[in-house]
Every structure is written in structure tokens, then in C-alpha cells.
Design a protein around this ligand. Structure first.
Ligand code: FAD
Length: 246
């Protein structure tokens, strides 16, 4: 059975450079034998804001004080059991759970990802289904999947580095790499970052697209980024480990 890749693409402009990166990823991964799916979050008008209705908790009940206070993690777990997940979340979750490789393509905005992509993680990465209690990092429920970030910057390469104005790109991407992808168990591959994209000129941008294709052709040989392991922090986790990992 062929491996599956899911590309999460977050850019409001269909002719963006990020769209070109997405297309390179589709072609390179298909060539490598992946069945490739794309979630184009702007085209889907993906809702970025997590709300009670996403998990079958009705706002009218909330407003009337008839519902228990909205507890996101408990509501997520209940919605999975009762089948009351919002249809868009259920669809994205199904695609996520089915993929072997998750590729994120987005422009770097304010040292982070666009809100629509952050909202995808907020709403789709459900407690109990992708993480829980001690089911974190190497025990996370998405273990076995690989993840790769492809992002673009306006700042030139010289702005990025340990002693540069904006700091190291791996530090900037840490909340996503470590706090989302590794936290839920995924193996995090080195990112591809295209810098100075709007100002680099056509020839340089074409080169970047070729570099990205080459990065993807080496996918199986890339050394994953080092990430923490629960096993090395057991002394900090006693209370969690007493409870059975869910
Ligand atoms: P686009 O603007 O879509 O495209 C750039 C150029 O590439 C255009 O001329 C386009 O026509 C051309 N192009 C499209 N397709 C191709 C192709 N196939 N081949 C060759 N050229 C092509 N930058 C930072 O460094 N750090 C930040 O924290 C940061 N925060 C930001 C916050 C916001 C809200 C915004 C709006 C911008 C921010 N920026 C930041 C800048 C931003 O990261 C860049 O503008 C963005 O990454 C550029 O990528 P893009 O896909 O949007 O390029």
C-alpha cells in the first residue's frame, strides 16, 4: 500500500510563492510514491476559532447557563465518543490519522504560522485522540508519522541565525516543531525555509523551488531534529505516570 502525505497549505493568495512550494511538494511526493492530499485552508474557508459548537456543546445552552462550563479537553473526548465532532474537524482528523507524512506550507507571519493554521491545530488535535496524560512525545498517539515544515520569510537569510537580528530559525519554529509536532509523537524532519522571498528576484525564487524539490527527494535520508523524550523526564512526571496513559 502506498504511503500517504497530507499537505496543509495556508496562504490567502492562490498565486503565492507558498502555492508554488505546495505544488513542488505535490509533484515530488507523488514521484516518491506517496498518495498526496492537500488541505487548502483558505480555499476551504477553514474556521480558525475553537468554539463549544465544534464539540457538540450548543451556544444556546451555554448562554442559558444550562450546560456545564465548557472544558475543551473533556468536550473533545466526549464529542469523539458521541460522534458529535463538527464535520470539518472530523474530515481533517481523518486525513491526519490516515497520513504517514504531514507537510506544512505557510508564510512566516509574526515569527509564527498564520492564524488559520494555528486554528487547525487548536481544533483538530484532539485530547484523547492525538495526545493525553503521558501519551506525549515518543508516546504520543501520532508516533510513526513524519512531519516537515516548509515556510517562507520576508527577512533575508542574514537576519536569521543564532546571533542575528531575528534569531535562529529553529528557535523560532520551536513552538511548532516541539510543542505541536513532536509533542503529539511525530518525527520532525529538518524544515525547508525560503528566505527574502518577495525581494529575492525571479531567478533566486526558481532556485529555491529546486532546492525544496531536492530537500523532498532526500526525505528518507534526512536526520530528524533532536526532540525531548518522556523517558528522560520521568522524575518530573510521577503524578501523570501513576494514572494509566490514555
Ligand atoms: P508572495 O508574496 O506570494 O510571492 C513573492 C513573489 O514570488 C511574488 O512576486 C510572486 O509573484 C512570486 N512567485 C509566485 N510564484 C512563483 C514561482 N512559481 N516562481 C517564482 N516566483 C514566484 N517575514 C519575516 O521574515 N518574519 C516575520 O515574522 C514576518 N511576519 C509577517 C507577518 C505578516 C502578517 C505578513 C503579511 C508578512 C510577514 N512577513 C514576515 C513577510 C512574509 O513572511 C513574506 O512576505 C512571505 O513569507 C513571502 O511568501 P509568500 O508566499 O507570501 O510570497
Amino acid at each position: 500500500m502506498s504511503r500517504r502525505a497530507l499537505i496543509l497549505y495556508a496562504h490567502p493568495e492562490p498565486r503565492s510563492f507558498c502555492a508554488a512550494l505546495r505544488d513542488v511538494a505535490c509533484a515530488a511526493l507523488a514521484e516518491a510514491g506517496y498518495a498526496v492530499g492537500v488541505s487548502d485552508l483558505y480555499a476551504q474557508r477553514f474556521k480558525a476559532v475553537l468554539e463549544p459548537e465544534d464539540y457538540g456543546v450548543l451556544s444556546a445552552q451555554q448562554a442559558a447557563g444550562e450546560a456545564a462550563p465548557f472544558n475543551v479537553t473533556l468536550a473533545q473526548r466526549r464529542a469523539v465518543k458521541e460522534g458529535s465532532l463538527a464535520p470539518d474537524i472530523a474530515r481533517e482528523l481523518e486525513k491526519l490519522l490516515a497520513c504517514d507524512l504531514l507537510v506544512l506550507v505557510f508564510p512566516l507571519w509574526w515569527f509564527g504560522m498564520p492564524a488559520i493554521l494555528k486554528g487547525w491545530f487548536d481544533r483538530v488535535l484532539l485530547s484523547g485522540t492525538v495526545y493525553g496524560r503521558s501519551a506525549l512525545f515518543e508516546n504520543g498517539k501520532l508516533r510513526g508519522k513524519k512531519a516537515l515544515v516548509a515556510t517562507t520569510t520576508g527577512g533575508p537569510a542574514e537576519f536569521y541565525g543564532a546571533h542575528s537580528l531575528n534569531g535562529d530559525l529553529l528557535d523560532i519554529l520551536m513552538p511548532l516543531h516541539r510543542g505541536v509536532l513532536a509533542f503529539t509523537g511525530m518525527t520532525v524532519l529538518p524544515p525547508y525555509v525560503a528566505t527574502h522571498v518577495p525581494y529575492a528576484g525571479e531567478a533566486a525564487r526558481t532556485r529555491m523551488l529546486e532546492e525544496f524539490a531536492a530537500h523532498l527527494r532526500r526525505l528518507d535520508e534526512l536526520t530528524p531534529l533532536p526532540m525531548p523524550r518522556v523517558a528522560d523526564h520521568l522524575h518530573q512526571m510521577g503524578h501523570l505516570l501513576k494514572a494509566k496513559a490514555e
